[in-house]
Design a protein around this ligand. Structure first.
Ligand code: GLU
Length: 445
């Protein structure tokens, strides 16, 4: 049995039922086979066994009192997965689907994503099964305070720096930071995605979506192509989706659809992003309201139908496994040219296989394509340490540079291993090489 297969079999046996974690590990490890063959010393050092085992997993109780005076109890998680190249870094997700498997898959992906940014950040992830939907502002605050009352002892600006993810945006980061500062009496860059008045970075909010479009644009440029006149479908309508849509429109793309967890809107005239921003960022409403407000647009209940809309560029920015094999086949049949993942692991293994086999489809996997968010978080950390602020244009230029470099590195890694254009392999290999080198240098830890 090959080393990679042995490690995968062991992982599945030792972590039963963690299906998302198995999925991410399978995708990553199988594409590392060639690297492993080149480095027999890795097997001797049990490097992969250590790589897939989090350095630390923290599970905790989050009790809080709702507006009716009832006591609620949620689960809290922080997985400090790999700190070889820098402090653990990664978001917090508040969503009812959160469990250890989801946090571990996200954490594992985060290690390689953070490595790809070229910045000194290790991989971590956390969150809770708390559902922010329908909660009052007061309940959100009370929950965040209780969550941080345990988390604060495990994190620190040089140890572990959480940020946002699904269900955790500027408001939640504000409450979490307020409680951390109160408990520690320290005003430091321990969380990123902070508000601009208390240490945040300009362009952090836009960074994941903008970065997604920058790397896609670079892949297009390498092929003498551009966003101009292309039909684009963006799933989701959260932070990543909104700014991906805005940048794609700015570059001349025509975004015709967006969605949320209930359904999607199709607007043949092109999405009016300011209306989406008003619905989502100001009113915290549902995407359905778009069709009530914009003439000529149609709302359809259910999410998967969005992939039946013919388009040349698909930017899945909603959540994991939102594109299955069937959806992928339909996208290919309808002439898809570029798939760039804004969400984490939005294509399931079968969908990835379909895109990989289809000729002429450029597939940019999440850990490369959505790395702009965490890269800008690292830029926020740098500004915090210097106690300085950079301008929007400075941060945006650095972000663009990071994304162009990621494209070049994954393209180069794919070529080096004889798999030109296979960016799944390229991203896994390029991300892993640096982490592996650092882990080997540190000895058996
Ligand atoms: N949650 C984002 C991600 O998946 C951002 C993490 C961060 O900024 O630390 O990469």
């Amino acid at each position: 049995m090959k080393y990679v297969d042995k490690v995968l079999a062991r992982l599945k046996k030792q972590n039963p039922g963690e299906k998302e974690f198995h999925q991410a590990a399978t995708e990553i490890l199988t594409s590392l086979e060639a690297v492993i063959e080149k480095h027999p010393e890795y097997e001797k050092a049990a490097l992969l066994e250590r790589f897939v085992e989090p350095e630390r997993v923290i599970l905790f109780r989050v009790p809080w009192v709702d507006d009716k005076g009832r006591i609620q109890v949620n689960k809290g998680y922080r997985v400090q997965f790999n700190g070889a190249i820098g402090p653990y870094k990664g978001g917090l997700r508040f969503h009812p689907s959160v469990n250890l498997s989801i946090i571990k898959f996200l954490g594992l992906e985060q290690i390689l994503k953070n490595s790809l940014t070229g910045l000194p950040i290790g991989g971590g992830k956390g969150g809770s099964d708390f559902d922010p939907k329908g909660k009052s502002d007061h309940e959100i605050m009370v929950f965040c305070q209780s969550f941080m009352t345990e988390l604060f002892r495990h994190i620190g600006q040089d140890t572990d720096v959480p940020a946002g993810d699904i269900g955790v945006g500027a408001r939640e980061i504000g409450y979490l930071f307020g409680q951390y500062k109160r408990l520690k009496n320290e005003h430091v860059g321990v969380l990123t995605g902070r508000g601009l008045s208390y240490g945040g970075s300009l362009a952090r909010k836009e960074a994941t979506g903008y970065g997604l479009v920058y790397i896609t644009e670079e892949a297009m440029r390498a092929r003498g192509d551009s966003f101009k006149g292309k039909t684009v479908v963006v799933s989701g309508s959260g932070n990543v989706a909104i700014y991906a849509c805005q940048k794609a429109l700015e570059l001349g793309g025509k975004v015709v659809a967006m969605s949320d967890s209930n359904g999607y809107v199709y607007d043949p005239n092109g999405i009016d992003i300011e209306t989406v921003r008003d619905i989502k960022e100001v009113k915290r409403g549902r995407i359905k309201e778009y069709a009530e407000r914009v003439k000529g647009s149609v709302y359809t209940e259910g999410c998967r139908g969005i992939w039946a809309i013919p388009c040349e560029v698909a930017l899945p920015c909603a959540t994991q496994n939102e594109i299955n094999g069937e959806n992928a086949r339909l996208l290919v049949k309808n002439g898809i040219k570029y798939v760039s993942e804004g969400a984490n692991m939005p294509s399931d293994l079968e969908a990835m296989e379909v895109f990989g086999k289809a000729s002429g489809v450029v597939f940019l996997p999440a850990k490369a394509a959505n790395a702009g968010g965490v890269a800008t978080s690292a830029l926020e950390m740098a500004q915090s340490s210097q106690r300085l602020y950079w301008s929007f244009d400075e941060v945006d230029a650095k972000l663009k540079n990071v994304m162009i470099n990621i494209y070049r590195n994954i393209d180069d890694a794919a070529r080096r291993y004889g798999a030109e254009g296979d960016y799944v392999l390229g991203a896994n290999v390029a991300g892993f090489e640096k982490v592996a080198e650092a882990m080997m240098a540190h000895g058996i830890v």
